[in-house]
Design a protein around this ligand. Structure first.
Ligand SMILES: [Zn+2]
Length: 288
């Protein structure tokens, strides 16, 4: 009886915790699940020791699967679903700031930024273009493996007015390739160019996405500015709960890569710590 129940519980847990078609499930996890199943079927019925072992087995399974689930699912707290966010309303004493990195994944620059983030223990939020993922799937997988948050930034990065079917396709097709490439499900959306009235943001909100804008730009798309200008923009404008805009793709972003270490060290000197957009919104939810 206990075994039947536990087996049912485990299949249920596997069913809820894993995507239906999990591309990112590692072989090691599959082996652990298989071993658990074998150890369960091998146990004898009806003694307390067996039940104890089964409880332990379920606990172990959860410790394998829960962190993975958290790393692969980015759903905003309910109060932010279907809304547009420009910054987070945290207390002035909460010196948190969120880097957002758009238009990748991109050869070289994304990887250079990942190295800098890792050296400085910074987690950021990447808003991806569908066709960029198609070009650099390995880089996409590295971003997810290193614990950063992911959002949807459409397939083509179009600004123009779109009918509902085109807007839906821009977002859904990108959601699909994000999932197929990395196993990530995300309902964070950033509209290309910050355009809120061309049909994209409307569709995203109808689908319960949070539309994430920004409160502070590095202005790293300015073709003439030097890296130190990006650093200055960010350090001068920093405020608690700020959402910072920068880019890793869509063109030559070597100046952004150059600016990044000084941005990070300057913000740390001001007392800031770095959070992802999901973490920022969870903090605001808890403060409310
Ligand atoms: Zn963009």
């Amino acid at each position: 009886m206990a075994i039947a129940l536990a087996a049912t519980a485990i299949s249920f847990l596997i069913g809820t915790l894993l995507p239906e078609n999990p591309p990112a499930l590692q072989a090691t996890d599959a082996v652990q699940v298989q071993n658990l199943n074998q150890s369960i079927t091998a146990k004898e019925l009806g003694n307390d020791r067996t039940e104890f072992h089964l409880d332990r087995a379920i606990e172990q399974l959860l410790t394998v699967l829960e962190p993975k689930e958290k790393r692969l699912t980015f759903v905003p707290p309910q109060q932010f679903q279907g809304t547009t966010i420009f910054q987070s309303k945290v207390k002035d004493s909460e010196k948190v700031i969120a880097f957002t990195v758009d238009d990748g994944p991109w050869p070289q620059t994304t990887e250079q930024m990942l190295d800098i983030f890792k050296q400085n223990d910074v987690k950021a939020t990447f808003f991806w273009i569908g066709k960029s993922i198609e070009n650099s799937p390995e880089i996409a997988r590295r971003v997810v493996a290193e614990g950063h948050a992911i959002g949807n930034h459409t397939w083509h990065h179009w600004y123009h007015q779109m009918d509902a079917a085109t807007a839906a396709s821009e977002i859904d097709r990108t959601a699909q390739i994000i999932y197929e490439t990395t196993g990530v499900k995300t309902t964070y959306f950033r509209p290309p160019g910050g355009v809120l009235n061309n049909g994209l943001a409307q569709y995203a909100k109808e689908q319960n996405y949070s539309v994430v804008m920004w409160s502070l730009t590095s202005a790293d798309t300015d073709p003439r500015a030097k890296p130190q200008a990006f650093v200055k923009n960010v350090l001068k404008g920093a405020h608690p709960g700020a959402i910072v805009l920068m880019h890793d793709g869509g063109g030559d972003r070597s100046r952004t890569v150059k600016a990044l270490p000084d941005m990070i060290s300057g913000l740390k000197a001001q007392g800031y710590r770095f959070v992802t957009i999901p973490e920022l919104l969870e903090m605001q939810e808890q403060a409310a």
